[in-house]
Design a protein around this ligand. Structure first.
Ligand code: WQD
Length: 342
């Protein structure tokens, strides 16, 4: 029986890919998810990929009584990867209290239970949004954090401060915060991938839905930025490569090879790609044209951000491996399978 790890939000986009990678190296994974932004058939597809059906409990982490009952039941858990959170930037502007309550109280309930049930290892899903629009690029883990552009981003910044303060008083607690850049793509089997509800906020699912004819046209939010082609720059990271970073982080904590009890790592590729470059690379990789038009800038967008991945590469021992082209092709293959396109 492998060492047991809890993955909250484990039927979500990054969570499901991480469950598969954890199972691949022998961990016994348990999922908690409230299915507010995913569906239970993701558990079936995880099983199809790995041959192992993870235990799955459906409830919201705000319910502390249920969470405590969960830890009474699953007493072998040695580590937690905490993904469960609301994550739509635009929605968070419209519903700030819902985001602060869900994202912060969930984390606090997890931390309370870690103390009560003597679980000391936590990998936290953080975000490059804590950097805002950096003054210098690429961003390192020591780049000063800036005011978040959205309540969503602020919940990540506040969560990191909560973790900092709790680590100080809970001497058993060890935390690794992984600051994601822009996760994209899908599992090579096309059995799991990104499944946004309604109209996609993010670029790549909008591209693949446009290519599939579900959306009429992609709007490129601005080409008057101070970049080579005028469109914004981001660091797009393959979701399987990102999932593998979580496995390495869990190993680091469980095997006590961490340098201190609260570590941060930028999980990106170190390469900044523009929106138009993403569109062009998608067309080249898939042979499918993307119908798009240039429109006004989207409020809240930062112009340019990409990671300095030196620390992740040298200290964590992780490096992104998958090309942008292969990653965009995986996103398209996932979309085609979703829509039964040949
Ligand atoms: C990328 C670029 C848009 C849609 C995301 C997550 C955030 C964080 C970082 C994890 C921008 C442009 C987009 C469209 C477009 N990840 N765009 N047309 O805003 O960088 O943030 O990654 O924490 O949570 O939301 O990602 O995919 O929305 O935008 O032109 O229809 O694509 O302007 O330049 P973003 P995104």
């Amino acid at each position: 029986m492998g060492r047991q790890v809890l993955v909250t939000g484990g039927t979500g986009y990054i969570g499901s890919h991480t469950v598969v990678e954890l199972q691949a190296v022998g961990f016994d994974v348990v999922i908690i998810d409230d299915l507010s932004n995913s569906s239970a058939d993701v558990v079936d597809n995880i099983e199809k990929i790995s041959g192992i059906r993870p235990a799955f409990e459906e409830f919201n982490l705000l319910d502390l009584a249920k969470l405590e009952a969960f830890f009474e039941k699953y007493s072998r858990i040695e580590a937690i990867i905490h993904f469960a959170a609301f994550k739509a930037v635009g929605e968070s502007v419209a519903k700030p209290l819902s985001y602060y309550r869900n994202n912060l109280v969930s984390l606090m309930n997890i931390l309370d239970c870690m103390s009560k049930y003597k679980i000391s290892n936590l990998v936290f899903s953080s975000s490059c949004t804590v950097y805002g629009q950096p003054d210098q690029l690429p961003v390192t883990e020591n780049t000063p954090k800036k005011d978040a552009e959205s309540p969503y981003g602020n919940t990540k910044a506040i969560s990191e401060e909560i973790l900092r303060d709790v680590v100080k008083v809970n001497n058993a607690l060890k935390v690794i915060a992984l600051r994601y850049f822009n996760p994209i793509g899908a599992h090579p089997t096309s059995l799991i991938g990104e499944l946004p509800r309604g109209v996609p906020n993010n670029l790549v699912p909008f591209i693949t839905q446009t290519a599939a004819g579900i959306r009429q046209q992609l709007s490129v939010f601005g080409n008057d930025y101070n970049t080579e082609d005028g469109s914004c720059i981001r660091d797009y990271i393959n979701v399987v490569d990102l999932a593998k970073a979580h496995v390495i982080a869990i190993d680091r904590l469980i095997n006590n090879t961490n340098d201190d009890r609260h570590e941060f790592f930028n999980v990106g590729t170190g390469y900044g790609a523009s929106v138009l470059e993403i569109v062009n690379t998608f067309e080249e990789a898939t042979g499918v044209k993307v119908n798009y038009k240039i429109v006004d800038r989207r409020p809240g967008d930062v112009e340019k951000i990409y990671a300095d991945t030196t620390i992740a590469n040298t200290v964590l021992g992780w490096k992104a491996e998958t090309s942008l082209s292969d990653t965009l092709l995986s996103a398209w293959n996932w979309e085609k399978r979703l829509r039964n396109i040949g």
